[in-house]
Design a protein around this ligand. Sequence first.
Ligand code: PEP
Ligand code: MG
Length: 893
Amino acid sequence: VDGTTTWVYDFSEGSRHQKDLLGGKGANLAEMTNLGLPVPPGFTITTDACRYYLEHGTTPPDLADQVTEHLTALEKAMGKMLGDPGDPLLVSVRSGAAASMPGMMETVLNVGLNDDSVQGLAAQSGSDRFAWDSYRRLIQMFGKTVLDIDGEAFEDALDEAKREQGTDLDLDLDADHLRDVVDRFKAIVRDSTGRDFPQDPREQMDLAINAVFDSWNSPRAILYRRRERIPGDAGTAVNVCSMVFGNLGADSGTGVAFTRDPGSGAQGVYGDYLQNAQGEDVVAGIRNTVPLTDLQRIDAAVYDELVETMARLESHYRDLCDIEFTVERGKLWMLQTRVGKRTAAAAFVIATQLVDEGLIDMDEAVRRVSGDQLAQLMFPRFTSSGDARQLTQGMNASPGAAVGRAVFSSEEAVRWADRGERVVLVRRETNPDDLSGMIAAQGVLTSRGGKTSHAAVVARGMGKTCVCGAEELQVDTKNRRFTAPDGAVVAEGDVISIDGSTGRVWLGEVPVEDSAVVRYFEGEIDPGSADADDLVRSVHRVLTHADGQRRLGVRANADTPEDAARARRFGARGIGLCRTEHMFLGDRRQLVERLILADGDDERQGALDALEPLQKQDFLEIFEAMDGMPVTVRLLDPPLHEFLPDLTELSVRVAVAEAKGGADEGTLRLLAAVQRLHEQNPMLGLRGVRLGLVVPGLFAMQVRAIAEAACERRRAGGDPRPEIMIPLVGAVQELEAIREESERVLAQVCADEGIDVRALIGTMIEVPRAALTADQIAGSAEFFSFGTNDLTQMTWGFSRDDVEAAFFHAYLDKGIFGVSPFESLDRPGVGRLVEIGVERGRAARPDLKLGVCGEHGGDPDSVHFFHEVGLDYVSCSPFRVPIARLEAGRAAL
Ligand code: PEP
Ligand code: MG
């Protein structure tokens, strides 16, 4: 800080491109101000100031002066002074970080009111009641957020006052009653904090600003950021904005609107309006709103201006926008806009609509959707309701099909989910404290609030199924039950089903069906036909364009003909990993046992000879399903004891048999073999290439099966493209030995069959040493496939089968990493080894083919990394293939 830092910007000084500095809200208020839209004047305190505050525990020394300067300008523009007793300027103090964190941080409205200025507000507004109501709202919000007083103290006092008047409606309290409520609230402040509610308007404002800064580190904000992967050190900006009032009577109101339907993407203005209400009432879902179109009847001029403003915003931002607005005595004010959150389906539909409207091009449409969104669209949906009984229909707030046991509090949701139960969280309305319960639940059902209520907004953001505003349900959270209109009582633990796409709620479990998008990938829906809806057509257009742009190839990990065929339908161009171990299970276990127990070369060869035709049949079918495309067959990887009985179990069996007079010879031999093969650390033991080198004839048998299957396919007119992959190589010598053997077998089969089968021979890079010595290894490998599952395991020293359950939740809680490295590639660590492998491998063999076949091949962020380091393809599970195609396209743009 050199004394020249600008900490405060007037709304007219910023732009939408300064989100990092001014926060999303501040940047967009600036943009709207500069577009000439009706924004109440104000200024933004930067995220720099917040970071300074969080770091030093105090505001920058020159912040107060800069705020004074901007406040003076604001007062001049408005022709009023903050908290002036005769005609007070009032301001709101609102949080606004660069990344949207809806409802996670604090806001204080009506700052500037005190015992004197409340009289001025009454005189100016012509309403004593309004003025005293505004004052009690300030003390309530300020008390709760700035002074840390339990909000319930205020709510109880307000309820008490209503009870005394024999009502339960705020509106039945008149000015005198509210004056009395203000006295009670002031007493609460005094009793709780030992001092009076601050009367100095500037002190109110400064304290509110600091409270907003502090709210960056509130527990719920921290939890939200961790979940949304928002950096913890970004800080929030603070917007100080002159107040406009939506609660000045029937000609006033407040609303939230979208320029298109954020649920489906359908065109047309869309939103909720609440007459004679202030600020947060709509978002909080406290009272039920009316549809925005009703505003046309209430005030046609305001409605027209709003619709025109929204059209302008949409063409300016070239995207769906959401807005918050207030009408004060027939005058429209814009309080906020931003590029709006939307469901996954709406994201695709809107992206292609905007292309058709000429606002963006297809490249941009591809950028605007994500693999995560596509993944959401591949979830199943409800079919007919089956035996379940429909209870009601609420609003379709966030799509999906959720089935689970009803629970009525966040704590219960977490508790039940921890026990492995699927639950649906049922609330009258949610608030930010419900976040952990929403995360734990399959879906969320509320009886109050519109599509912009907290439950709806947060659920959409998390991709969680949500039905909101199911008003017919009487939710009784205290007694943990709700009552449906037909009198049915649903208690905690009863199974319900909720459909976030239609808003329907059922008692019982509703069966689910595949998504339309999956049916399109399966080839069951032709995107050009009448069967295809807007969503299927959009997904088709976006993916076709992504395919045209991407450099990365996409293959699948598949080891059955069915999976291979599905992967192909989903757009895979080959198999990047065919694991052969499943082919050693089931009935074949017997043969594997024979192989392991074999006494002498002849017995071993006998066992291998019995396995070979079975292996050959596996490959035949897979080559047929992937005809004309590469199929990378990985030779056997897991340790042999995985195919044998469990040591403890077998020992017990033998002990029991001995007690009864003796175990048979075969069982004793088996036990000896199991004991001989037992390993403390099987993942680091006799597996992969090590097994191939130690068990004579095993890999040769697999190679022969591959070669013979390829010959047979060729004779049948097919075009098999086998690639042979050696797992777990750490040293080139290991690879050389197996390679020589494989080439010998291949040549032999070709000679015997009279067919020239070419098969590339390559290796997995999944041991750190292989990455480091990639130059040597490339001398013997025609391709590398990075096995990032094992590479992650061995780089971190994390047992891939144990750590996620054992302690990853603690690591995630402590922020040691934001996401499991088994899920999303650890770029600086494991990623660096991949880079080294690529560089050294290509340096030694420029035409080396490079791919990845660990789980990361289907993870969006990791796909971008693999594109950046120059791999040729990614390989992932069949269902992730479309996601990899899309992300590979996005990575190339
Ligand atoms: C890997 O280790 O990344 C890999 C693909 O092999 P597997 O998961 O079978 O060990
Ligand atoms: Mg592996």
